[in-house]
Design a protein around this ligand. Structure first.
Ligand code: NDP
Ligand code: 8X3
Length: 252
């Protein structure tokens, strides 16, 4: 059987981690990326018992390192069939007039520019093979703007536009491009957004059943296992308790 190679950014936590675990169980060859080296090493030990695993340690903001690291991949990891552009976070939840410029820059540099750097590093091989699959992890925040979401929502609207642009420009090469846009998923996302304030982060997911990262991993797996003529172009998924970014039925 032809073993497919999947590169996942942000594999050290949350959605990326759950996706790495599911894909390892399903026998995919994995290239797992993140900044936290100790987590990457632990993952390689754990998932390496199930499949071939290679880890890449870089900050997606570091353009040079992204390019060098991905181009240094050797066989059998050097031919990426599926790219999951997942790395990203929100930083802060503040009105536009008081928001931190550092937070704004982090979100634009990571969620938008980082996604572009990784894609730029992987795309030439997909184009020359005339096959491949890119899954961009967007968000409901890329579909609607909510109060104090300003720049995070802007970064995810950019991902939405990049997803559409990639699909248009890569159409002639037969490359599949699609986005998965989740609503509220309980991961380390809110801990990062609130700079380590675990209590505040927990309140985001209290009083209802949020999505679990495994729910998104299942969906990503469904997306990649469709026959090649089927491209799930843009998928939005929310917890049943969530109707929009601001309407969540909570029982507190
Ligand atoms: P987590 O905080 O649990 O995971 C974020 C992942 O991104 C980590 O593995 C982290 O790894 C990686 N990452 C963050 N910054 C960088 C960086 N500068 N360079 C490299 N890797 C980085 O959050 P989620 O799993 O929830 O988030 C994953 C994606 O899903 C994000 O794009 C997020 O916007 C999106 N999303 C999340 C939702 C949610 O409610 N949780 C809903 C909708 C979309 P490390 O720190 O080791 O580098
Ligand atoms: C994460 C979901 O609603 O916190 O993208 O922006 S939300």
């Amino acid at each position: 059987m032809d073993i497919k190679t999947v590169l996942i950014t942000g594999a050290t936590s949350g959605i990326g981690l759950a996706t790495a675990k599911l894909f390892a169980k399903e026998g995919y060859r994995l290239v797992l990326c993140g900044r936290r080296l100790e987590r990457l090493e632990a993952l390689k030990d754990e998932l390496g018992k199930q499949t071939e695993v290679c880890t890449l340690n870089f900050d997606v903001r570091d353009k040079k390192k992204v390019m060098e690291t991905i181009s240094s991949l050797i066989a059998p990891f050097d031919s990426i069939d599926i790219l999951i552009n997942n790395a990203g976070n929100a930083h802060g939840l503040d009105p536009i007039d008081t928001g931190s410029v550092d937070d704004w820059e982090a979100m634009i540099d990571i969620n938008v520019k980082g996604l572009l750097y990784v894609s730029k590093a992987v795309l030439p091989q997909m184009v020359s093979r005339k096959s491949g699959h890119i899954i961009n992890i967007g968000s409901t925040a890329g579909k609607e703007v909510y109060p104090k979401g300003n720049v995070y929502c802007a970064s995810k609207h950019a991902v939405d536009a990049i997803n559409q642009g990639m699909r248009l420009d890569l159409n002639e090469y037969g490359i599949r491009v699609g986005a998965v846009n989740p609503g509220l998923v309980e991961t380390e996302f809110s801990q990062v957004r609130f700079k380590g304030d675990v209590d505040r982060a927990e309140t985001v997911y209290k009083g209802y059943q949020p999505l679990r990262p495994e729910d998104i991993a299942d969906i990503i797996h469904f997306v990649v296992t469709r026959p090649y003529h089927v491209n799930i172009a843009d998928l939005v998924v929310m917890p049943t308790a969530q109707a929009s970014s601001t309407i969540v039925k909570k029982e507190l």
